[in-house]
Design a binder for this molecule. Structure first.
Ligand code: ADE
Length: 230
């Protein structure tokens, strides 16, 4: 099977490239795409740059140009749920866009006509992840991830996102990638390790924990790849 693995930042895919060893690379639409064989699968790996627009471009290219049949996202997030500590892993059950606001026309926050407020990730990939977590003796949380083109570093904004969407974590790419995969009917899985708790200390924590949390997420994703059937 051809599997896309993407992150948003170079730091999020560096541990994956280091683990797979040898790969080829090519450029398209402003990104570098790395290809290799790993765990009996063809992989295409890329980082998109930050945010919903860049991540949607990268995901679309991975599916349309590289023919990926599944997409796995690995990266970091700001924690909302009090249960989530820095370094903990959360897989998205569903994702939403917290910065979409056409409430002036009577729509709820996050809703776009002809779209859905929440996009559910692939249930089979989530159950595979649960098995991997048990075997690796890792706590894997499952919950709603809210995406927006904002680095959230405020308790008020974080609380609003929690109250409005019942979200457990937030980041800047998951929901746009989910939207691409939903529209191309491709199974997807979004995994994030917590780098900060999206409050006043978020930017310092993000800088301090980006690499270590990205490594936690990457290690888990590669274990999933090894267990995927062809
Ligand atoms: N990714 C990791 N931490 C984040 C935060 N606080 N806001 C948005 N995206 C993030």
């Amino acid at each position: 099977m051809k599997i896309a693995i993407m992150g948003a930042m170079r730091e999020e895919i560096d541990p994956i490239l280091a683990a797979v060893g040898t790969y080829t690379s090519s450029q398209h639409a402003g990104n570098v795409f790395y290809e290799c064989v790993y765990g009996g699968h063809e992989l295409v790996i890329a980082y998109s740059k930050i945010g919903k627009v860049f991540s949607a471009i990268t995901a679309s290219v991975m599916l349309e140009r590289f023919g990926a049949q599944m997409l796995l996202f690995s990266g970091v997030a700001g924690g909302i749920s009090k249960e989530l500590k820095i370094g903990d892993l959360i897989m998205a059950s569903s994702l939403c866009q917290h910065d979409v606001d056409i409430t002036a026309f009577g729509h709820p926050f996050g809703f776009i006509p002809e779209g859905t407020l929440m996009i559910e990730s692939d249930p089979q990939l989530r159950s595979l992840a649960s098995e991997v977590a048990i075997d690796m003796k890792i706590d894997l949380y499952e919950g709603i991830i809210a995406t927006g083109d904002q680095f959230v570093a405020s308790s008020e904004r974080k609380e609003w996102i929690h109250q409005t969407f019942d979200a457990d974590a937030l980041e800047m790419e998951g929901s746009s990638v989910a939207c691409v995969c939903q529209n191309f009917a491709i199974p997807f899985f979004i995994l994030r390790a917590i780098s900060d708790t999206a409050d006043g200390g978020a930017s310092d924590d993000f800088d301090a924990f980006l690499k270590t949390s990205a490594q936690v997420s990457a290690t888990f994703i590669l274990e999933m790849v090894k267990r995927l059937e062809n």
